[in-house]
Ligand binder design. Sequence first.
Ligand code: IYR
Length: 224
Amino acid sequence: MNHANQAFQPLVYREFSPEEMLARATALLDQLSARRTVREFSDRPVDRKIIEAILLTASTAPSGANKQPWTFCVVSDPAVKAQIRTAAEKEEYENYHGRMSDDWLADLQKFGTDWHKPFLTTAPYLIVVFKKAYDLGSTGEKEKNYYVTESVGLACGLLISAIHHAGLVTVTHTPSPLNFLQKILGRPDNERPFLLLPVGYPAADAQVPSIGRKGLDEISVWFE
Ligand code: IYR
């Protein structure tokens, strides 16, 4: 590689023995296998510092040309949460009463979802993830971002893992259409809502659907 004209530094890397690697890989599998999407939240408060660490973890994701094309809006203000819930439920009502196909509604039956979204006001924090279609330079000129959807998707994967690792729960809520979030949160034109994640403790009596994950033979094809 040609490092001559750029700023480079030595990689910080810690090697593990194959045994240690397997133990670590399996431990993470066990940990993340225990993650469940939760839709019933407690209103118990969460320390802001935990949310800060979770967001910085998400922001370690690789991104096209390292543009880090994301903004995380963190909402704990009850009035703003209420506004978001009202707007989201209005859209979801339409979704569940005509906008979603019968096949789609049938596919969702096992999750027991409907247009009511109480978690939007119960959870102590809502993290609204925005993707930045482009950046604005210091003089307001458009600066290109690359692989924006892929990059923000990767950051959201890390965000969800970090939430679980911290001992909190979330649901990947994608009200559709999402534009109301841009309006309520007053985000600029270069930012588009991507995903809404309520974060908090589960309700004491929280239930989750009895569903499983695909096995290795269903998710992988090996060429050996
Ligand atoms: N956005 C709706 C519907 C919904 C769609 C899918 I795909 C899900 O996996 C779950 C729900 C809602 O939030 O209820």
